[in-house]
Design a protein around this ligand. Structure first.
Ligand code: NAD
Length: 490
């Protein structure tokens, strides 16, 4: 890793047992800046033998050493210090994230890092509040439950929110007393390594947090199959999630899965149209559309359709891609060449299928940068059978569909194998709550979109996964219950 990228981060190392170490094979791979397609850094390529070392370190830290003996309050203090240090180093970490992912520095510095710190603080507070119950089961017995950590957690993370989605897993896991191995995406491994350095500085004992980088098919799958790993917390594609469940069955892994989506955003005719236009734009174009919950299917009521689409297209056209490091940029570079090609293929498919292109639809040039830039794209007159209305594109491509009857809109919105999120826009309170109940999705936003909070559970219905991250709900997945029965009569 060059010193311009991060002055303190050692180049090409894994983080195991509290130290930056080489991969035993000595192999490494490149991570690329998507805004320039230049090599950003070389990163260690771990193998199964390095994975074994990480599992051994995490297991040792879980069973012996300071972590299991530490008070819950001290665990909470360490998490809080991690939040403080993250905020102190926010400029450097945000820059790393933007260089690695292509997202605007505005998003990484002003939105994501503050949220990451809040999540660490939220779970710091939970550390002292994870409790069992006393249960009056029988006379002559004292019966109670203990809520205990699960053990060694493997957090397998995608490239769209590299540090945020790692922290969604690490923070509740640590609050509950587990130890963790993070496996970031090979596209965006840098901030997880930086975070390991921050955790060490905050006083997290050695081996409690480990970061290994390398191929998903080798070390991701290696973690899933490893008998020394107790639980997999995965975010990524639905097809990878299915593979993980199957492979994890051999060792009966506890698995939580946050998977793909094709989320509906429904605009009723009685909505505040200006707000809904803004919401539809944020819903699809935040994070370049590389957002699992992106509102990629926009349903607009017939009465307002033409006016709405005109406003939407005008707004999309104003969203010009820019240099991700420029604080004024609100739309960055697609994460990789492969992903850009995938997005362009879907744009071509939308045209071939007969949808009407009303904004974008082609690559963009940003100054002299040789990056993966594409214009924010809006298709109108999309039919529900078209591929662009059914498949997750995971890019800045919006499919607009028209509806006449609110019930038909809900039925169409639910007519997808996914169920991650949904949005709806109306001034009618009763209609809003009826629709929120009817939508089959883990999150429903009313008169807003793409909002997240540490305290609010997030996760999928149907093929969008199961288990919940964030909030109190996540702690269920990082703890297990032990019943204790004490005979008082013998
Ligand atoms: P991906 O499934 O290709 O990879 C995710 C992670 O899994 C990476 O670290 C990868 O190296 C690893 N991996 C790949 N193959 C593996 C295997 N066979 N065994 C174990 N690990 C493996 O996903 P991606 O392309 O990085 O991310 C995009 C996807 O993530 C989209 O489908 C998106 O919807 C989804 N996503 C979901 C959420 C959510 O909260 N539901 C959030 C963000 C992204």
């Amino acid at each position: 890793m060059s010193s311009e990228i991060s002055p303190s981060l050692p180049s090409g190392k894994l983080f195991i047992g509290g130290s930056f170490v080489d991969a035993l094979s000595g192999r490494s791979f490149e991570t690329i800046n998507p805004a320039t397609n230049q090599i950003l850094a070389r990163v260690a390529e771990a193998d199964l033998i390095d994975l074994d070392a990480a599992v051994t370190a995490a297991r040792k830290a879980f069973e012996v050493g300071p972590w299991p003996k530490m008070s819950a309050a001290e665990r909470g203090r360490i998490l809080w210090r991690m939040a403080d240090l993250l905020m102190q180093k926010a400029d450097e970490v945000a820059r790393l994230e933007t260089l690695d992912n292509g997202k605007p520095i505005f998003e990484s510095r002003q939105v994501e890092i503050p949220l990451e710190a809040e999540i660490l603080q939220y779970y710091a507070g939970w550390a002292t509040k994870i409790t069992g119950d006393t249960i009056p089961a029988r006379p002559g017995a004292f019966t109670y439950t203990l809520r205990e950590p699960v053990g060694v957690i493997a957090a397998i993370v995608p490239w769209n929110f590299p540090l945020l989605l790692a922290i969604w897993k690490v923070a509740p896991a640590l609050a509950a007393g587990n130890t963790v191995i993070v496996k970031p995406s090979s596209n965006t491994p840098l901030t997880a390594l930086k975070f390991a350095e921050i955790a060490k500085e905050a006083g997290l004992p050695d081996g409690v947090l480990n970061v290994i980088t390398g191929k998903g098919s080798v070390i991701g799958m290696g973690l899933v199959k490893h008998p020394g790993v107790d639980k997999i917390a995965f975010t990524g594609e639905t097809k990878t999630g299915i593979e993980i469940m199957k492979a994890g069955a051999e060792t009966l892994k506890k698995v939580t899965l946050e998977l793909g989506g094709k989320s509906p955003n429904i605009v009723f005719a009685d909505a505040d149209l200006e707000a809904a236009v803004r919401g539809a734009t944020v819903g699809i174009f935040y994070g370049k559309g590389e957002v699992c919950a992106a509102g990629s299917r926009l349903f607009v009521e017939k009465k307002i359709h033409d006016e709405f689409v005109e406003k939407l297209a005008a707004r999309a056209k104003k969203m010009v891609p820019g240099d991700p490091l420029d604080p004024k940029t609100r739309f960055g570079a697609i994460v990789s060449k492969e992903q850009l090609e995938k997005v362009l293929r879907y744009i071509a498919t939308g045209k071939e299928e007969g949808a009407t292109l009303v904004a974008g639809g082609e690559r963009a040039q940003v100054g002299s940068l040789n990056g993966n830039f594409v214009l924010p794209t809006v298709f109108d007159r999309v039919q529900s059978g078209m591929r662009i209305a059914r498949e997750e594109i995971f890019g800045p491509v919006l499919s607009t569909l028209e509806f006449s009857d609110p019930e038909e809109a809900i039925a169409q919105a639910n007519a997808t194998p996914y169920g991650l999120a949904a949005g709806l826009w109306t001034r009618d309170l009763a209609k809003a709550h009826r629709a929120a109940k009817a939508l089959k999705a883990g999150t429903v936003w009313i008169n807003t979109y793409n909002r997240y909070d540490a305290a609010l559970p997030f996760g999928g219905y149907k093929l969008s996964g199961y288990g919940r991250e964030l909030g109190k709900a996540a702690l269920e997945h990082y703890t297990q219950v032990k019943s204790v029965w004490v005979d008082l009569e013998g």
